[in-house]
Ligand binder design. Structure first.
Ligand SMILES: NC(=O)CCC(=O)C(=O)O
Length: 270
């Protein structure tokens, strides 16, 4: 962090069925290590196995001290960055599998995890085979307070309002969001930034896996809804510099949250 400016690098990783998870893990770790001028690095959702590679999840699930966490901890430490390592299929020995995000400090410590609350797929995929997270998760860092959400969560503004109430200034959203609904992805990222007067750092997957083409178009939005940077469709590292204090400034200059109706009146039927 340099005089109020934070550099974030979103690694929009391409995920394909052809690349073995161990190779992708090594490639992702090398990409993280290369971001040693950044303060915060972000990876996408479920990148080791693939967000739509349902068949691989049960066998490839890993614990919170498994190979992906180990590799990411070492990479965060080597680069000296905060690392939101996207999410893994977490194997909980006492429960179901979860879609779990991992946040590492610059010394490699796993500081927090977030189990995705809203599971995507309706009657298939994670909605059927994964457990739902039960906790709203924020992390206080020297960059500001991060609020964690994952992909489909972006469609549920009440989660982001809860993150605001918990102090979040930077909303970090890893995703495996398909090309078919790309307009929703960029629109919702901007909407959440405007509503919560927060930065949104949304890191999507590139490539095609599980028969689903991914949208890419990772995006960083400021608390006024302005797009600071947006990736293309393919694998790339999207780097952006911003001032995290702008969230508090936006909230003071345009104090919308002061006018919240905390006790919503009961609906009237006429
Ligand atoms: N992995 C996901 O959560 C996909 C979400 C999605 O495709 C959508 O909300 O649309």
């Amino acid at each position: 962090m340099d005089g109020g400016s934070v550099r974030a690098s979103l690694i929009q990783l391409a995920v394909s069925d052809a690349e073995p998870p161990a190779e992708r893990r090594a490639r992702a770790a090398a990409l993280v290590r290369a971001q040693d001028t950044a303060d915060l690095v972000v990876l996408p959702e479920l990148w080791p196995l693939g967000g739509f590679a349902y068949d691989a999840w049960s066998e490839g699930a890993e614990p919170l001290d498994g190979p992906t966490a180990d590799a990411m901890s070492a990479a965060a430490k080597a680069a000296g960055v905060w690392l939101h390592a996207g999410s893994i299929v977490e194997r909980d020995p006492d429960g179901p599998i979860y879609n779990t995000s991992l946040l590492f400090a610059p010394d490699g410590e796993l500081v927090t995890t977030y189990r995705k609350i809203h599971r995507f797929g309706f009657d298939s995929g994670e909605a059927v085979v994964m457990g739902a997270g039960q906790e709203i998760v924020t992390a206080v860092t020297d960059l500001g307070t991060l609020g964690l959400a994952t992909c489909y969560d972006l469609r549920f503004p009440e989660l982001f309002r809860a993150l605001l109430d918990a102090g979040a200034e930077l909303l970090v959203v890893p995703a495996a969001w398909p090309e078919r609904r790309r307009e929703h992805w960029t629109l919702l990222a901007r909407a959440r930034a405007v509503e919560e007067q927060a930065y949104v750092l949304a890191c999507n997957t590139a490539g095609t896996h599980g028969g689903v083409e991914q949208a890419g178009h990772s995006i960083v939005v400021d608390p006024w809804g302005r797009v600071l940077a947006e990736a293309g469709a393919g694998e790339e590292v999207l780097t952006v510099d911003f001032d995290p204090a702008e969230a508090a400034k936006a909230r003071a200059d345009f104090p919308v949250h002061r006018d919240r109706l905390l006790g919503i009146p009961a609906p009237v039927q006429r």
